[in-house]
Design a binder for this molecule. Structure first.
Ligand SMILES: NC(=O)c1ccc[n+]([C@@H]2O[C@H](COP(=O)([O-])OP(=O)(O)OC[C@H]3O[C@@H](n4cnc5c(N)ncnc54)[C@H](O)[C@@H]3O)[C@@H](O)[C@H]2O)c1
Length: 357
């Protein structure tokens, strides 16, 4: 594995499933990062992860990790409800932040966080790893440079009823502990809310990455046979016709996809369950040369690539295409708007939403 001479020293908060499946491995493989510390309230879990991933330090107390001057940046990989308060602590400690998606669960807490970040000069990135899927990144460049004025945008995200059959084979065997720290109650029990936050945050961010700002939404939700299906009409700031489709879970394969048309071309993309580490298959047609272009995207470890982008922004001062705090806020606004619109049937403008998903 090729490592650069200057490595960003990262402390990972949370040794739960996403850290075990993605972040520990991703930081270790990233060309410009070092897994400096692991922190989890569950001591046994942190120790077992440390044996496997060999960080220099193991912490059981987040404040202690933040007080370590060697830690330059943190990855916050804990439950959604904890994101904003734990980001605030990291800002106060002067650490750069990569926080898992969604940024938060409500509009106001995200706005307060923006105030705390303002003027600090810290790099803040949301874990919208799909932006670092090479197929999606290629599509985004094509849209910017060659598609011309956008006419229509459709995107969909289907989780699969069979996802755990696949992930059990693809991911390491997950370890847990009786001492893990979880939010009060069980936020995952409210599936309508949980699915929108956890899966909808990917769909909305991909839509914004490819098509730009979302101004308003009108959503319908059908709950049938254990599935939740949102159809969302979208008013984009660019005035194209927009539609999002979130279906959790589908009796069929996992799939993310998009179809975009513009004045000078069109784009089609299909993405796979991320744990296959396979690039989305993207075809871009350009009217200019009347050719379809299809990138290979051989390095599709999107979790590693997002860390490389994060570290490059900090170490080289080169902004990458990761999701910013503003992007994370806009995604939370879109999710709240979809939730409210599905209840009322009305169009909901994003700049007017308040409250939580
Ligand atoms: N990007 C993706 O593809 C993707 C996939 C899955 C999950 N996620 C996101 O990752 C996040 C974490 O998911 P998870 O399933 O790993 O969470 P989890 O709640 O199962 O695990 C989090 C771990 O963090 C520890 N922890 C929490 N607060 C702590 C604190 N203050 N101090 C020390 N330790 C603390 C807990 O003990 C636990 O071990 C969620 O926001 C989720 O949306 C992202």
């Amino acid at each position: 594995m090729l490592k650069e001479p200057r490595l960003l020293k990262i402390g990972v908060l949370g040794a739960g499933p996403i850290a075990q499946a993605a972040h520990f491995d991703a930081v270790r493989k990233a060309r410009n990062a070092e897994l400096y510390a692991i922190c989890d309230r569950a001591q046994d879990l942190a120790e077992r992860m440390a044996v496997e991933h060999t960080p220099r330090k193991v912490y059981h107390d987040y404040d202690a990790m933040l007080a370590d001057p060697e830690v330059e940046a943190v990855i916050i990989a804990v439950a959604d409800q904890f994101h904003v308060p734990l980001c605030s602590k990291a800002i106060a400690a002067g650490k750069h932040i990569l926080v898992e998606k969604p940024l938060g669960v409500g509009v106001e807490e995200c706005e307060q966080l923006r105030e705390r970040l303002r003027g600090t000069g810290l790099v803040f990135q949301i874990g919208n790893n799909k932006r670092f899927d090479p197929g999606i990144a290629y599509a985004q460049r094509f849209v910017q440079e060659e598609l011309g004025e956008m006419i229509s945008f459709k995107a969909w995200y289907y989780d699969s009823t069979l996802r755990y059959t696949m992930t059990d084979n693809l991911q390491p065997i997950m370890l847990s502990s009786p001492d893990i720290l979880r939010p009060e109650g069980n936020p995952k029990a409210d599936k309508r809310r949980y699915f929108l936050l956890t899966h909808g945050s990917h769909l909305v961010d991909t839509a914004r990455f490819l098509a730009g700002e979302i101004a308003a939404v009108q959503a319908r939700l059908l709950e049938r046979a254990g599935a939740f299906c949102w159809f969302v009409e979208v008013e984009f700031a660019n005035d194209c016709l927009g539609h999002l489709d979130l279906h959790i879970p589908l009796r069929g394969d996992f799939e993310e996809g998009f179809a975009i048309s513009g004045a000078a071309g069109s784009v089609k993309g299909r993405g796979y369950l991320p744990w296959f580490f396979k690039s989305s298959e993207v075809e871009c047609f350009s009217s200019k040369d009347r050719l379809y272009r299809r990138p290979l995207g051989e390095d599709a470890h999107s979790y590693k690539r997002q860390i490389e982008g994060f570290a490059a922004t900090i170490l080289e001062g080169v902004p990458q295409h990761g999701a910013s705090l503003e992007d994370g806020m806009a995604a939370v606004r879109a999710l709240v708007a979809i939730a409210r619109s599905a209840e009322s049937g009305n169009w909901v403008r994003l700049d007017q939403v308040k409250g939580a998903v």
